[in-house]
Write a protein that binds this ligand. Structure first.
Ligand code: PRP
Length: 191
């Protein structure tokens, strides 16, 4: 039974250049962000609605929400702007809407990464239009060099350079999402 408890950290594959942010560092930062959120929403009178943006946010959201002590509900939305390519089209399409009615609720959008900002910009505007009490954002990663539109980011995990990253929810061709760390890909493709 002891062996089952220890979690194996998958080694780097040949496609991966290096570990950019290790698993322990991510967990410590997620705890810090959760503490801030617990503090900021300590006085809310109805559950905070966490909206994870599929697919990339699912691991960050899972870890973050389990560290929250404020009342909350978890919901998801799916959008796409990248299609099958590696460059955003800038046209964000709603693929799957939330189940919760957000009217008169505080909403926190949970994202794995802010790159150009098109996705979060679209979602913030969309959610404000639904009559929410407030809309805030949390991203595990942001790439300042890539921003095309300004988005107010409330809770940021890490600021990273403009390299292609995978792991902790982020994929390359649907691979690597479940790595417990953030790794830089060797290929020169950038997003
Ligand atoms: C990624 C990421 C964000 C978005 C950020 O999603 O999860 O949602 O891109 O990019 P932006 O700031 O340029 O809009 P992607 O479309 O790759 O889908 P996925 O989450 O399913 O991997």
């Amino acid at each position: 039974m002891e062996a089952i408890r220890s979690i194996a950290i998958p080694p780097l594959t040949p496609d991966l250049e290096r570990v950019l942010i290790d698993a322990d560092t991510i967990q410590r930062r997620v705890t810090e962000l959760a503490n801030q959120i617990n503090n900021d929403y300590a006085n809310i009178t109805e559950p905070l609605i966490l909206v994870g943006v599929l697919k990339g946010s699912f691991i960050y959201l899972a870890d973050l929400c389990r560290k929250l002590t404020v009342p909350h509900v978890v919901d998801f939305i799916a959008v796409s702007s990248y299609g099958k390519g590696s460059e955003t089209t800038g046209n964000v399409r709603l693929l799957m809407d939330t189940r919760e009615n957000m009217e008169n609720h505080h909403v926190l959008i949970v994202e794995d990464i802010l790159d150009t900002g098109y996705t979060l910009d679209y979602l913030v505007r969309n959610f404000i239009a639904r009559g929410t009490k407030s809309v805030n954002t949390t991203v595990l990663l942001e790439k300042p060099d890539r921003h095309k539109v300004h988005v107010d980011l409330k809770y940021v995990g890490f600021t990273i350079p403009d390299v292609w990253v995978v792991g902790f929810g982020l994929d390359y061709g649907e691979q690597y999402r479940t790595l417990p760390y953030i790794a830089e890909m060797k290929i020169p493709k950038k997003k």
